[in-house]
Write a protein that binds this ligand. Structure first.
Ligand SMILES: NC(=O)C1=CN([C@@H]2O[C@H](COP(=O)(O)OP(=O)(O)OC[C@H]3O[C@@H](n4cnc5c(N)ncnc54)[C@H](OP(=O)(O)O)[C@@H]3O)[C@@H](O)[C@H]2O)C=CC1
Ligand SMILES: CC(=O)N[C@@H](CCC(=O)OP(=O)(O)O)C(=O)O
Length: 338
């Protein structure tokens, strides 16, 4: 018997991907999978791809059900985690995939999410300097936002190295439709989106304060784009270098040094661009850098699977650290293609 874990929000996209990863995890056993409106429904009806769970019925998201576990993954809508987390015994470790505990700045929380700020937990991005040890020592971890992880991995080492101006960062990033969650309105997931690209939450995306907090950037302009694909995020991050003459090789040297020992962050060879499709089903991030011939701006490109490194994969990586297990257990750096 491995460590007992529970997934709340198991009927959703992030919860389903968690169950898929946990089914193959050598040290974790799923003892509860819960839902809200779909409690009582067979898992196989909601996630027909998850055959290894047999005729498991989705439970109710209650404290009693979740407290059967030693570690609980909360994959719930924003605002639903805080109340539940407050009632779970302190002996139960928690990884929250939602945003309730990501931000330290209460005013920023209110500005971008509305409602009252529940507090902040250890931020769940092990690749940030010093963060791996903090996660390993924590009982409560706030998983990253999906766009946020793609942008932070590209940006943080360059700001730390003083290579780019923290006041002039611009992000244009595309996401697959699963990023919006399964309960998003039907036309978001239907034929309308399949022949379309459109920007949304323009100038007001909730991951901006999270990126500022994690990277030390002071301001950031972000334009998210909904892309006609089920999974994946491709972020293009541009920034002004602090000195003239910064080359792509300088930028790549900083990124390569930062991620030399990281199993899930891959700085691509020169000339290769990140592809979202290459990250599907993996816990990997693919990074590339260039310097714009015209403006001299640094251009970083970053691809992840929003349900992998952007959500469920990241959550399993954090849980592995919190439980003292091999950080890579149950996770693959390789994607599924085509
Ligand atoms: N999708 C993604 O790529 C990413 C998602 N996240 C975060 O993960 C969380 C889950 O996202 P996602 O899986 O996409 O969302 P979905 O809409 O696909 O799933 C939401 C889940 O929460 C349950 N639920 C809905 N309302 C309540 C409630 N009031 N109380 C308890 N459970 C409830 C639903 O149950 P039922 O179906 O039974 O109603 C369902 O299981 C969100 O916080 C999201 O921001 C983070 C990074 C990436
Ligand atoms: C396509 C799409 O709508 N994506 C969502 C990403 C949500 C997410 O995964 O991040 P959170 O955990 O912060 O909600 C959005 O842009 O709000």
């Amino acid at each position: 018997m491995g460590v007992r874990v529970a997934v709340a929000g198991a009927s959703g996209y992030a919860g389903g991907e968690l169950l898929r990863l946990l089914a193959a995890h050598p040290g974790l056993d799923v003892v509860a999978a819960t839902a809200h409106g779909q409690a009582g429904v067979p898992l196989g009806q909601v996630h027909p791809q998850l055959v290894s769970y047999g005729d498991l019925i989705l439970g109710n998201t209650t404290v009693d059900e979740l407290a059967k576990a030693e570690l609980v993954f909360l994959a719930l809508p924003h605002g639903a985690s805080a109340g539940l987390a407050a009632q779970l015994p302190s002996s139960v470790k928690i990884v929250d995939l939602g945003a309730d505990f990501r931000l330290r700045d209460a005013a920023a929380w209110q500005r971008y999410y509305g409602g009252s700020h529940a507090g902040s937990w250890t931020y769940g991005l092990p690749e940030l300097p010093g963060q791996r040890a903090e996660i390993a020592a924590a009982d409560r971890v706030a998983n990253t936002g999906c766009y946020a992880v793609a942008v932070i991995l590209a940006l943080a080492p360059l700001i730390a190295a003083g290579l780019i101006e923290p006041t002039d960062v611009v992000v244009v990033a595309s996401s697959g439709t699963s990023g919006a969650g399964r309960s998003a309105k039907a036309n978001l997931l239907g034929s309308e989106v399949m022949s379309d690209l459109s920007a949304y939450k323009v100038g007001a995306h909730q991951h901006v304060p999270e990126i500022l907090q994690a990277t030390g950037a002071e301001t950031l302009s972000m334009t998210p784009v909904l892309a006609p694909m089920p999974r994946g995020i491709l972020a293009a991050v541009t920034a002004r270098p602090t000195t003239a003459g910064v080359t792509a090789e300088d930028v790549l040297a900083v990124l390569s040094r930062a991620y030399a020992d990281e199993p899930f962050v891959h700085v691509l060879l020169a000339g290769r661009q990140p592809h979202t499709a290459a990250t599907f089903g993996s816990n990997s991030a693919h990074l590339q850098a260039a310097v714009d011939l015209s403006s001299g701006r640094v251009i970083l490109t970053s691809a992840i699977d929003n349900l992998g490194k952007g959500a469920a994969g990241q959550a399993v990586q954090n849980a592995n650290l919190m439980l003292g297990m091999d950080e890579t257990a149950g996770l693959s750096a390789n994607g599924v293609a085509p």
